[in-house]
Design a protein around this ligand. Sequence first.
Ligand code: LMR
Length: 393
Amino acid sequence: MLDRLEPQSPDALLALIKLHAADDRPDKIDLGVGVYRTGQGDTPVFGSIKGAERVLIETQESKSYLGPEGDIGFVNALMPYIFGPDATMGGRIQGMQTPGGTGAVRLAVALAQKAGMTKLHMGTPSWPNHAQILSDIGLEWQGFEHAKPDGTANLDAVLGAIRQAGPDEGVLLHGCCHNPTGVDYTADDWAQIADALAESGTFPIIDVAYQGLGKGLEEDAAGLRSVLAKVPEAFIAYSCDKNFGMYRDRVGAFYIMAKDSGETLEKAFSNANALARASWSMPPDHGGAAVRVILRDAELTEEWLDELDQMRARMRQVREYLADAGTAGSVDLTPLGTQNGLFSVLPLSKEQVTRMREDHGVYMAGSGRINVAGLTMDNIDKFISALADVTGE
Ligand code: LMR
């Protein structure tokens, strides 16, 4: 039976981790998978997480099952950060824990399909796993151009997609720190997107995987909140993997906003529960429990907010350095100064990306995406020279 299977190529992004590990050049640079790195190139466990883990060791009395919705204390503690002071929008929002942001995206798409969504519109390029999840679930999707060549968002494209989509169709938006381009919508863009969604009835699914890594926790949630203020229903996929540095612990949440707090919300939530039960049964507990401990403790929360500020400031510093460099060979680096989060895309051909890796030990996604947090004050000049070398005429 197994002979009938077609071989699948390994996930290109995750394959880079192995390629980089096997390279013994001491000055190699890893700009591949999206993890934050300090100025020394490390990805340490947050101090606030260590503090929460100590609390859990002392106080956790059972590892017994919780249920498909996971740790509801964790899910609810996040809500004011995501949705603002009226965290449930008058009881219209309810959430559940998921295995990472990926679990939340998968649940969102599966539930949308179950509720009758026929097509999802998505700005491209996008996080490659979005398309993989959609094809695995079997939901048709159609792309529109996310960013313009000048490094700004293509507002006309997203508005066109939303207006052209019918009420049985949806749009997948990145809440902030767009992966892979780093190109976010402005506040005015979000206001127009919210109006277009409200007018057309197109269903929004918003993926928030990097809150706090762009301009700040509140600023990064503003676009999402302006949409939620205008539309009757939405799904939100959330990840704590980056903003709490919990990558391998897989910490995510899925939220449903319904038109009211009654029967529709309960019905949708019960379907999400059933889908979760049939997929992973229950989410892994540890990471969500640690985040809950942090958010219920004023001192640990302050420590976490400081750690988040430091991450954001370092990425800003790298972005400013690159933007100040102006150009490297034929690549204009100035747009990187105004883009947000871990990622930006450089206009490199596949051959140039291969030369970056083979000739210079610089590892980046085949799309030209770089993780700016992989750059430090020790390797950034080498990176700029490598870019000049592979793109210089
Ligand atoms: C990334 O885009 O590098 C991260 O979100 C990791 C992943 O799962 O792809």
